[in-house]
Design a binder for this molecule. Structure first.
Ligand SMILES: [Zn+2]
Length: 379
């Protein structure tokens, strides 16, 4: 048996969205699903116990950051990432490629790999497909990602074509270098920016190789939402129906629903946790900035339609007070609520697929959240 398998349960008659199940060595989960991001082997301010309590099944961790600190050898010595951080659910690790391209301004791309400088110490480093596989094999994540190039948006067609072809060659090297296919699954990443011919080429190259699942990369990098939706419209039909599909770096409620409608099964993003540490909450009535003076004497919950631990026990006034005083507990509360909100949203999406009414659900949700208003914020 391969380490990672995908089971298609049904498709929504109204939208074509997929309800499925992903099986990993650390349990199974229903899809579409949202994965909280735990960059440095921690979802900032949340304990693994809290993540479990709110219903998280799989989290994402960053290869680049764990390679630099504490180093993959220490994580391996601890018995792998699950043991190291005391998380018994599934873990997906990225390849480090995105951080190399987004954090480092001094980089040089060669056929062999990428030379760049450590964003903390300035030390010279080199990351290649083989190195990215070695690190992820040491971390022991359930799902590993192939090392790819993620060009910025917009990129010229010529540049993107060279990049897509190199990413395909790197993908082959990743499969070759992966040492633990019996316990860790490796996903390929389809690139090609906004260009249909290049997405087609990338998907053809990668689906001819035996990956455990496929990601759509290079989106949510600054392009308008309609570009992302258009790219998904022509890219997801190119992917096999019997393997999981993962849209990288997407976590605003509207994009999660629109991605699911376009056949995506898995999502991750730092958005809910990052804005929480700013005091911004996602609610069923749109985003709420808890610092606002109007909440000073508001003793109701963050979201009256939310049944999370935070909304059942703490008021807007109290959380506003903590956040304004920079009390860590305030950020813990907003983080908990935001993650719960997205996990619950994906549960509602799965329920709507079961009942063939995801299109109706989208309409209702967008209306209440305020996405249909002109000048609506992205989250
Ligand atoms: Zn809540």
């Amino acid at each position: 048996m391969p380490a990672i398998t995908y089971e298609l349960i049904k498709t929504c008659k109204q939208t074509g969205a997929r309800l499925g199940k992903v099986h990993t060595p650390h349990g199974s989960f229903e899809t579409p699903i949202f994965m909280p991001v735990g960059t440095l082997a921690t979802v900032k301010t949340m304990s693994p116990e809290e993540l479990e309590e709110m219903g998280a099944k799989i989290i994402l961790s960053n290869t680049y950051h764990l390679w630099l600190r504490p180093g993959e050898d220490i994580v391996k010595e601890a018995g792998g990432l699950h043991k190291f951080m005391n998380w018994d659910g599934s873990i997906l690790t990225d390849s480090g490629g995105f951080q190399v391209f987004s954090l480092s301004d001094l980089r040089q791309i060669e056929e062999e790999g990428v030379h760049f400088r450590n964003h903390i110490s300035g030390e010279k480093l080199f990351l290649s497909p083989e190195k990215a596989m070695h690190i992820q094999n040491s971390l022991g994540s359930d799902i590993m990602m192939a090392f790819d190039e993620c060009p910025p948006y917009p990129a010229e067609h010529k540049y993107m074509k060279d990049s897509v072809e190199r990413t395909s060659r790197w993908a082959e090297r990743c499969l070759e270098a992966h040492q633990r296919p019996d316990v860790q699954g490796l996903f390929g990443i389809v690139q090609g920016g906004e260009y249909e011919d290049l997405r087609r080429q990338s998907a053809r190259d990668l689906t001819s190789m035996d990956f455990a699942g496929y990601a759509v990369g290079g989106l949510s990098v600054g392009e308008p939402k309609d570009v992302m939706n258009r790219v998904l419209d022509f890219t997801t039909p190119l992917l096999p129906t019997d393997k999981a599909r993962y849209l990288m770096g997407v976590g605003s409620p509207d994009s999660l629903i629109d991605g699911a409608i376009r056949g995506i099964d898995m999502f991750d993003c730092v958005l809910p946790t990052r804005i929480a540490r700013n005091g911004t909450c996602m609610t069923s009535n749109g985003r709420l900035v808890i610092r606002n003076a109007k909440y000073a004497r508001d003793f109701g919950p963050i979201d009256e339609n939310c049944d999370c631990h935070v909304c059942r026990n703490y008021s807007r006034a109290y959380i506003r007070h903590l956040v304004k005083c920079n009390e860590t507990f305030g950020f813990r509360l907003t983080t908990y609520h935001n993650l719960y909100f997205l996990l619950k949203l994906m549960g509602q999406v799965r329920e709507a697929i079961k009942e063939d009414r995801l299109g109706d659900f989208r309409e209702e949700f967008f209306e209440q959240y305020g996405f249909n208003k002109p000048n609506a914020k992205n989250f």
